[in-house]
Write a protein of this length. Structure first.
Length: 236
């Protein structure tokens, strides 16, 4: 009876995990589709600027969410599938908030409510999105750090993401490449978007280098997984 109860519990847990993972995937794909719709509508306004990162965010949101929805229910105890889900959803929010802000404030001002709120969300949500990629690099493919020596870098990345979010959320002036001002920017503080962006991508490079250490210690299957992941990351 105990074995049967455990099997039943695992089955229920599997169904819940599958429902959560695919719900996140559907939400991410829905936001991405709405983002592309807003982008298309913006293209009919020749004076409105275009979000230069629309292709990258579309590809990452769609692909990572789908992979996460497939992997997370099968490997419920591993953080890898859930990291894929979270990264996909974060980039979907990045894409949607940017396209919504552009359309509501620049393409057709006043046509949609909450334009400034969308600008503020877009000003900082990309920081944890990139930070999650760093953790995926560190934990792929078995859900554990390459060695104990990387623990300090994981904590440093966590602190850097929190500092980056706070800095970006209240940094005044123009946000990255678009002529949009942070509505909650504090005058007197420096504009740090470029610095935070460069620093976050530097963390991604360091995190990706951890996979080189794994190649010397893992078996053939994990070696192929790492090669596949490294290739897709380089393409992205």
């Amino acid at each position: 009876m105990a074995a049967g109860a455990r099997e039943q519990g695992r089955a229920i847990g599997g169904r819940r995990a599958r429902a959560v993972a695919w719900s996140l995937c559907v939400l991410s794909l829905t936001l991405t589709a709405l983002s592309l719709l807003l982008l298309t509508l913006t293209l009919f306004r020749p004076d409105a600027p275009i979000n230069y990162y629309w292709l990258e965010t579309t590809v990452i949101a769609a692909s990572y969410s789908t992979v996460g929805a497939v992997v997370a229910p099968r490997l419920r105890e591993s953080p890898i599938g859930w990291l894929f889900c979270a990264i996909g959803l974060c980039f979907a929010v990045v894409h949607f908030s940017a396209e919504y802000a552009i359309y509501a404030l620049l393409a057709r001002p006043g046509s949609l409510p909450g334009g400034e709120a969308s600008v503020w969300i877009w000003s900082w949500v990309w920081v944890p999105a990139i930070g999650l990629i760093v953790f995926l690099d560190l934990l792929f493919p078995n859900g554990r750090l390459p060695s104990a020596r990387w623990r300090w870098f994981a904590w440093f990345t966590t602190a850097a993401v929190l500092a980056g979010v706070l800095s970006a959320a209240f940094s005044p002036g123009q946000i990255l490449q678009l002529p949009l001002q942070n509505p909650l920017g504090i005058e007197g503080l420096p504009n740090v978007y470029g610095i935070v962006e460069a620093f976050m991508y530097a963390l991604v490079v360091v995190g990706a280098s951890s996979m080189l250490m794994r190649l010397r210690r893992v078996g053939w299957v994990e070696r192929q997984q790492i090669k596949w992941f490294a290739y897709t990351t380089a393409v992205a």
